[in-house]
Every structure is written in C-alpha cells, then in structure tokens.
Design a protein around this ligand. Structure first.
Ligand code: ADP
Ligand code: MG
Length: 140
C-alpha cells in the first residue's frame, strides 16, 4: 500500500477544550504522520464552501456557524491507507454510535460537535487538502 494523504480538522469544540495534543497523539499512535498543520478561524463563507456537499442538509447552516465559531486546527495526515485509517481512528459521525477508543467516542460532545473532521475518500482528500494548503506548506 502506498503512502496516502488525508485532511483532518480538529473542530472548535475540541480546540476549546484543549484537546489538540490528545487528538494528535491518537494519530501518531496509529502510525499516521502530521505533515502539515495550522491553527486558523474559518469565516462562515469558508465553512460554507468547505461543506458545500452538505448545502441541502437541514444541519448545514448550524454546522457552518459552529465550524466558524472558534479556532480550528487543520492538518494533513500521511500514512498507509491514511483516509480509511483516519476514519477508523475518528469513529462514527455520532459520538454515541462510535466505537469505544475512537476520538469521537472519547472526545465528541454531540453529532454536530464531534471533535474532528476527516476526508471520506482519496478524491475528497485531494480536494480538501488543496482547499487549505499549497504543496509548499506540506513537508513530507
Ligand atoms: P462525517 O464528518 O462523519 O464525514 P458528514 O460528512 O455526514 O459526517 O457530516 C459532516 C458534519 O456535519 C459532521 O461531522 C457533523 O459535525 C455534522 N453533522 C452530520 N450529521 C448531522 C446531524 N444530523 N445534525 C447535526 N450535525 C450533523
Ligand atoms: Mg463527511
């Protein structure tokens, strides 16, 4: 399996609760490398663009308000099968349904405030990484 990249976001609820280090150690313990990382606050417009695939969903406006409500940490993770591996480490969207030991089960507060974002396919990973980083920001 070749090295793959995926986009991760530590969401405002987790950043506010000082969980950046705890979450990063989950990635590293699972063998993923953090090859780019920045702390920013999204504008609502940026959040809407990023989550454009969900624009018809009932939760879209609330999600974009939430994602722009405080600082987030945006990162590129690299490793074998990184997209799927990160989805496993994160757990199910709703923390209540996530496996014990996953980030969302351990740190998520609700289906919306669920601590982390992770790309869902290699194709969306490519697009999402480009949304936030240029190649010169990524030091492999
Ligand atoms: P995932 O982040 O697991 O890929 P989705 O892409 O379906 O999940 O949804 C994007 C984000 O929207 C979720 O991580 C969560 O923050 C929020 N969300 C999803 N479903 C709901 C819902 N039913 N109510 C409120 N927020 C939701
Ligand atoms: Mg998704």
């Amino acid at each position: 399996m070749s090295i793959q990249r995926t986009l991760s976001i530590i969401k405002p609820d987790a950043v506010a609760r000082n969980l950046i280090g705890s979450i990063n150690s989950r990635f590293e313990q699972a063998g993923l490398r953090i090859i780019a990382m920045k702390r920013i606050q999204l504008t609502k417009e940026q959040a809407k663009k990023f989550y454009d695939v969900h624009k018809e969903r009932a939760f879209f406006d609330s999600l974009c308000d939430y994602m722009s409500s405080g600082p987030v940490v945006i990162q590129v993770l690299a490793g074998d099968n990184a997209v799927l591996k990160n989805r496993e480490i994160m757990g199910a969207t709703n923390p209540a349904n996530a496996e014990i030991g996953t980030i969302r089960r351990d740190f998520g507060e609700s289906i919306e405030h669920n601590a982390v974002h992770g790309s869902d396919s290699p194709e969306s990973a490519e697009m999402e990484i480009r949304f936030f980083f240029s190649e010169t920001d990524i030091i492999d």
